[in-house]
Each structure stands twice: as C-alpha cells, then as structure tokens.
Write a new protein. Structure first.
Length: 190
C-alpha cells in the first residue's frame, strides 16, 4: 500500500542525493590534492612508507567514490535509480574518508615537525569547514564528518606536553564543534 508520505520521502531522498553528488567531484579532487601534499610534501623518514601506504588507500577510496559519482550522474539518472541507496553509498564513502584522515593525523601526530603539524590541522580544518555546507543535505553526515576528522586529532594534541600542540588542539576542537553546530543549522528541511 502506497501512502501519501512515500512519494514525499522518495522526493526528499532524490533531492538529498542530487545535492550531495553535485559537489562530490570537487571534494574528491581536493582530498586527493591535500593527501598528496601531506604525504609527498613532508618527508617523515621514520614513517614515510606507512604514509605512502595510507596515501594508496586514500587514493583507492577516492577512485571508488569517483566511480560512485559517475554512476549516480550517468547510470542512475537514466534508470531512475534508488536515491536512498545512493545517499547511503555517499554517506559511507564520506565517513570512510573522514576516518582515513583521522587515522593519518593520529598516526603522524607524534612524528610530525611543527610545520607538518600546522599544515595537517589547517588542511583537515579546511576540509571540515567546506564539508559543513556541502554535506548539509545529510545532517548526521555533515556533523559527523568534522567531529571524526578533527575531534580525535585535536584531543591528541591537547594531551601533548608541547604547549603549541595544546593550543592547536584547543583550536581544532573548538573548530570541530563550531562546524558541527553550523552543519546542524544548515540542514535542509523535509
């Protein structure tokens, strides 16, 4: 039995998927550029091989996400694909990206010099800031993305014995909370 809400829900998921996928390509390319910059721009001899392995994993993830974007924009449009499944795929890819950034930042934290550490916090903060509005079509993802990416990294810096890391950690934590609030307030209604 089809209720009056089902067409509304389908339209909501369709709109959400359209909004999420519309800017996905740019986000994926920025992620590839930023991850390449951090891995290849800073030679951290003790862990450089691990950084290369992480970069390969991130590149594979971005390739999978790019295929998903192509699939949504080309294949699904022609076949009137299931927007709810597309939103779920998008969310999974986005949160996987955020977790990858979190892992990188936490792993590199104790090996990075001041410049690399500052670049890391700037890059993940910029990604979190951009995502707050780009991911507004899915409230939970928009809020989670910044928290997953910045929260643990910021707490790790707060727990450091280095004063400058504590300051960066405090700024990162405050910024992730602001991005969560921003994402919550930008939620599209349905």
């Amino acid at each position: 039995m089809i209720t009056n809400e089902q067409p509304q829900q389908e339209a909501y998921h369709q709109d959400s998927a359209d909004l999420l996928y519309r800017n996905a390509k740019a986000g994926i390319l920025v992620t590839l550029f930023a991850s390449s910059l951090l891995v290849f721009g800073f030679n951290t001899a003790e862990i450089q091989i691990q950084k290369y392995i992480w970069w390969i994993g991130m590149t594979i993830l971005m390739l999978i996400r790019m295929i998903d974007v192509y699939r949504w924009k080309n294949v699904n449009k022609e076949q009137n694909g299931d927007a709810r499944k597309a939103v779920n795929r998008f969310v999974l890819g986005t949160l996987a990206s955020s977790i990858m950034w979190c892992v990188y930042c936490l792993y590199v934290l104790s090996y990075a010099d001041n410049t690399e550490l500052a670049c890391m916090i700037i890059i993940v903060s910029a990604l979190a800031g951009g995502a707050a509005t780009v991911l507004a079509a899915h409230k939970l993802t928009a809020m989670s993305y910044a928290l997953i990416m910045l929260g643990p990294f910021s707490i790790g810096m707060l727990l450091s014995f280095e004063y400058y890391q504590q300051i960066l950690g405090l700024l990162g934590l405050a910024f992730s909370l602001v991005m969560m609030i921003t994402a919550k307030n930008l939620q599209i209604s349905h």
